[in-house]
Design a protein around this ligand. Structure first.
Ligand SMILES: [Zn+2]
Length: 228
């Protein structure tokens, strides 16, 4: 599997990433987009049907595309998939598609990236009922420490929303996330991952090398690999 080196920055979730030396990025492909997972140095892919872009009558076609992409070696994870109470089709459709992603993630033995807005009960219910073996990671997290604790209890990894992660007022929640469950991402924002590491390292009062090494170790445990 393609993965980062020990000394690389890891951008765990981006959209339309450009290769940067010393940075390993997981570029998220949403299957409604006209993009195909490529062969770029330093870039791997996740793919899924994003809840904002689900359409009831195209649901099966979208899931077939997810299945097809998920078989590629360059696609190392599933998602982003999940629930959004503010956008996208009715919750039954979202849940059906989400559960299909869980099944594909389990079948392909690849972790699942989750988008979740105001639907934490549904998400936790799915996790309890489906008992997945693959790891789940919440991308764009910006909740309270209590919510973080609930998700951590179920074994989730958390990758904070970039704009939220760099705010000083987020420090207490960030600190409540055990270092071995944390990731960082840029999610398509016009910012490099390096400054995000720098600000978060300052807020957490750790040095950059420690943070880089920690997130590399987290990558290995999220993907259950130590190949690096
Ligand atoms: Zn995203």
């Amino acid at each position: 599997m393609r993965g980062p080196g020990k000394y690389d920055f890891i951008n765990i979730h981006d959209h339309g990433a450009d290769p940067h030396k010393g940075v390993f990025t997981i570029d998220n492909i949403m299957v409604h987009e006209d993009r195909y997972p490529g062969e770029l140095e330093g870039i791997a892919f996740s793919c899924g049907a994003h809840p904002w872009h689900l359409e009831k009558d195209k649901m099966e076609a979208q899931l077939n595309k997810v299945r097809e992409y998920a078989s590629l070696e360059t696609v190392i994870a599933l998602g982003e998939a999940g629930f959004d109470r503010l956008r996208g089709p009715e919750s039954q459709v979202q849940e059906k598609v989400f559960r299909a992603h869980v099944a594909i993630s389990e079948e392909k033995r690849k972790p699942l990236f989750i988008h979740c807005v105001k639907a934490w009960d549904e998400l936790l219910k799915c996790h309890k009922e489906m008992k997945p073996e693959m790891n789940w990671i919440i991308h764009g997290f910006k909740g309270k420490p209590e919510l973080a604790a609930q998700l951590l209890d179920r074994g989730f990894y958390l990758s904070p929303w970039v704009e939220w992660a760099i705010r000083p007022e987020s420090t207490s929640t960030l600190k409540s996330i055990p270092p071995d469950r944390l990731f960082l991402e840029t999610d398509g924002f016009d910012i490099g991952i390096e400054p995000v590491y720098r600000v978060v390292a300052e807020h957490l009062r750790v040095d950059m090398q420690t943070l880089k090494r920690q997130l590399w170790e987290n990558f290995c445990s999220l993907f259950r690999t130590d190949e690096g």
